[in-house]
Design a protein around this ligand. Structure first.
Ligand SMILES: [Zn+2]
Length: 78
């Protein structure tokens, strides 16, 4: 039984944990197709990263879901 975990905050997809997904791929596909979870494929490594609804925001300009930036890192900027 599988469910998805957020790569940013570690939250689980509790909304779906009553489902018993047979494979990790299936759990991810359902979470992403719900439109709440965001799947990013890293260009260079091909690594897949998942972001829960709390870790994504709507980018008005790009007209798409984007992961929240890391506030701690930004605070160390200028
Ligand atoms: Zn998260």
């Amino acid at each position: 039984m599988y469910r998805v975990l957020c790569d940013r905050c570690g939250a689980a997809d509790d909304g779906c944990d009553y489902y018993a997904w047979a494979t990790p791929d299936q759990a991810v596909d359902v979470a992403v197709s719900d439109g709440e979870w965001l799947r990013i494929i890293e260009g260079e490594s091909g690594e897949e990263r998942l972001y829960c609804p709390s870790c994504t925001t709507w980018d008005e300009e790009a007209d798409e879901l984007v992961p929240l930036t890391d506030l701690a890192v930004h605070a160390e900027g200028d």
